[in-house]
Ligand binder design. Sequence first.
Ligand code: ADP
Ligand code: ZN
Ligand code: ZN
Length: 743
Amino acid sequence: MTKPIICTVALAIPLHKQFDYLLDPRHAPADLSTLIGCRVEVPFGGGYRKQIGVITAIPDESSFAIEKLKGITQLIDKEALLSKQLQQLLHWASIYYQHPFGDVFQQAIPTLLRKGKEASFKTKEFWEVERADIDLTLLSRAKKQLQAITLLQKSALSYEQLKEFGVSRATLNSLHEKKLVKRYDQLPKTEVDWVSTLQEQQEKPTLSTEQALAITSVTQQLDTFKCYLLEGITGSGKTEVYLNILKAVLARGMQALIIVPEIGLTPQTIKRFQARFNVPIYLKHSALNEQQQLETWLHAQQGSAAIVIGTRSAIFSDFKNLGLIILDEEHDASFKQQDSFRYHARDFAIKRASQQNIPILLGSATPAFESLNNAISGRYQHLFLTHRPGNAKPPKNDLINLTGLPLKSGLSPQLIDLMKQHLAKGNQVILFLNRRGYAPVLICHECGWLAKCERCDAFFTYHKSANYLHCHHCMATHPVPQQCHDCGSTNLHSTGVGTEQLEETLKQLLPEYPTIRIDRDNTRKKESFNEYLNDINAGKYKILLGTQMLAKGHHFPDVTLVALVDVDGALFSNDFRASERLGQLFTQVAGRAGRAEKKGQVVLQTFHPEHALLQELVNNGYGDFSRTALKEREMAQLPPFSYQALIRAESLNATQAENFLTICKQTINQIAEVNKYSDRLLVLGPIAASMERRAGKYRFQLLIQSEQRVLITKTLNIALTHFEKLPEGRKVRWSIDVDPVDF
Ligand code: ADP
Ligand code: ZN
Ligand code: ZN
């Protein structure tokens, strides 16, 4: 008997450690190196629990005694699940983000593959007409059957497609009984050639000079890696630029990947891609079921998806022949994953384009400072769209000084007047307030007691219609107290304004203009957001009141006034990114107005009209604002002029969390000293997080900063093995966040 083969397997566990298992040589291929990247099922932990892992190496020897190694129970793949290139990138990400490879790998693949399912298509149920000459008058009394037959006369359709057209199983069965249609089962087609049939399905606008320039800049060098930043004001026609570049890529028979912030929030943009090209387009987002996710993934890998449009994690799709990556709204915060594997989809995408030697296009009206700095310094090619096409005029911006004004649920008399003027002309108005609920605080007027979450350093938000108190940080809910918890008084009042209250006030103030509130509280159902959008565009509502959700990419052609009710909190935040976010938010919200022929107006209410950055933003726009703010970052040596990593620790016991980080700090300082770069690596803390207690846990953090990215990576790679052995680390929950954006 030949001796068993040792395989190193990476499992989805929170440890930077891989395990050796034995493979029965009878199951092994002739070339053992082809095992690397194959999934296996192995026993792990106590009992007979099985885990899915991936083979990362075939070592000659194990550091464990061979007799002690367990056997692989199943070799799932016949060849590596992912292309070599993608495997390499995931290894890079594992090292760069300090996250175990086994878990990186699992997060990169569809759920069904994580569970060990085969990476192949299943046959699908299709229906076609039995013969061409069907006498439709026979069905004149069966409307549903008639509709189904009419569809099927054009082409065979899968059951899924028929369902989307509203055809039921019962209808198909009736037609089948009448011998008018028949069913067949087939694998989806994976040989798709769109080059010879590629057509643009719509009339295209005549491109502006700037658009044409942006397009040719990219299309004349599709064969090499280059990162482009398309800085184009809202409504300037960025999507049109994408579509034209896509066409050039598709015409070469190559695939394209488009990453967007949130598919549910950008249905209009998605529809434009689908409407333009007669090629297979697949969406990848969380609303797909597991089977659909797998199919999309397989189509990309086998080359039969021409375009994949997806959210953050779509960046891990494997492609047969990828020719272009587009990252739309590249500044969007959702591109950074905020737990476990804390990667940034933008950075991963750029790395990926570089490795595959293809162009990548980042687009935004409000570029992230990181991207902007790279474009200004010449690392990226900077492309601009500075005008809106046609007659669309940029909006006019104004500040309203709130000092000394009587406010109604946060609205100044000036703003109310303005609203009336715009509404009287038949136009729509957007009010932006980034605070859900009725009021952010409930206070006792006798003794000053505040309704605070007992598990967080935060106040409860009062939700009036649902009649409960809600902590927006730990999700706890409580009935509204009738009496003060301290003095027993019933004199409890809410202070501050949330969207729910503003909605109530607007209904009293302007009852003749229907108001719609758009926030997470009332758009939970998948469909409702889309329905609201349709109703809004049909003019059913005149006042649109909402949070962030309103700011994302929608065109509201009849909106002529946009007001930001209260954003002052961002002016004096201790988070150095707060002003960048305010600039982006202001510009994105403002961008909803005046898209069509109607000139828009944007007003911002503030108690601090003199604030320099605010002045710059309102008077000169995001372009100037961001460049001024970027200079401030440079002077302070903050990102993007330095790099950071954060070690977070949380525990029910504050001392334990802090202690662990103190030891981490010593370890890091030692590593820096031994390697002689202490002067170039800053270690700050440990300090309490800005919300020290959340969901009952005390939270501390240690900040590592350097002007050289590689020093952070190197230090943490060495430090991590120490951290994992620290007994103090077992008592707390800790994690490493490289390039953190949230403090
Ligand atoms: P962005 O993505 O930059 O916000 P869009 O691509 O959505 O902008 O363009 C805004 C509007 O302008 C859309 O209705 C689009 O069809 C239209 N548009 C884009 N380019 C042109 C053009 N060259 N001529 C006329 N209209 C255009
Ligand atoms: Zn009281
Ligand atoms: Zn809480």
